[in-house]
Design a protein around this ligand. Sequence first.
Ligand SMILES: *Cc1c(COP(=O)(O)O)cnc(C)c1O
Length: 427
Amino acid sequence: MKARTRAIHGGYSDDPVTGATAVPIYQTSAYAYGTAEELADVFAGRAPGDVYTRISNPTTQALEKRLAGLEEGLKGPVTGCIAFSSGMAAITAIMMGLLRSGDEILSANGIFGGTISLFSNTLGRFGVTTTYGNADKADSFEKGINERTKVIFLESIGNPRMNVPDIEGIAEAARAHKIPLVVDNTLTPPPILQAGLLGADLVVFSTSKYVNGHGTAIGGALVDTGNYDWGSGLFPDLRQAALRLGAFAFLGLQRKVIHRDLGGCPAPMNSFLMLQGLETLGPRMELHSDNALRLASALSAHPGVSWVNYPGLASSPYHDRVQRWFGGSAGGVFTFSLGTRQRAMAFVNALLLAKNMTNIGDAKTLVLHPATTIYQEYTEEERNAVGVHDDMLRVSVGIEDADDILDDFIQAIAAATAAGAALKEAK
Ligand SMILES: *Cc1c(COP(=O)(O)O)cnc(C)c1O
């Protein structure tokens, strides 16, 4: 089956008792068993079953199966995906499952601010260091690898740098050094990109964004694509685990130790909301991408706009990668500038339809001034280093009628430009 069909039918078929076609919400913390021996068997892994929702839950399991199917993760006795309470919880669990004090992450720069903070601040406190590099060209990025590097981390499209890293080239370099490549595929989920096909070993999502699609719940997930051979890799405990679990060594360690210990499990209700979002993910990604391309093209041609950064534009240096790897769709997020920070703020204030808020991937169009919001803790120098300039606006284009979004932007640009002119006159 193709991705759009797997997103609707994967991982669950009608409830055998009631015939319900929607996945039931198992709103329970734990699970009762008839005999002491049965529960002991489940605890010991001798029999399948759930014991406690921090570790597993049938609603969440249906989501995990569907996401594993979408990314074509490992198939077998264990599901190839683990769902989390947030994207950050998923990235944390991956890093805690792979790294020890003294190890290093090689990461693309210009990535999600929360991930940079996790790497540099939180993991930094435990002796993990992170080197950031420009991932546009594999050969220069690869120079950041040293004998301590144990993970390479990329975003399929950098949020907010809006670059498309050389995923394929970096995957090759990672393979040569036996370093697992983790790709955050939040901005281009299937059917746009199956990151495993470009060589990603682990794929991570913030399902809060496009998977949910409606801004109704926070969640995350990781998928093991099966590309990395844990049995002969860099990690002694995973080599050991592979003797018992084979390809499922990493997932087994997560489920039985790391994820269980960290406790970042999703609420069953939220897993249901993610399942519902997944059913329309394919057509929504098309609408988001089409609307974003239409809006970004119109803004590029507008005399009041200084620049537009959207990998889907024909003028983008990443256009070729979007065609080759993303089937021509670049998702709904782009950045642009009206020349000054004052005009950026005035633009946001003049919007009538688009919402001024953080978050991306909502059905509604969202606009944000990153420098004064998500990146306000950063110094100006740090902001420039991650590509967040003072005049930059970030847009997450929704699936409203493109004409209405465009009208709103055009009138807000006019208002911002007039406000700027009035300010100059007053001076
Ligand atoms: C939002 C986001 C995250 C973090 O996910 P949460 O669900 O907010 O914890 C990670 N990576 C990217 C690219 C994101 O956009």
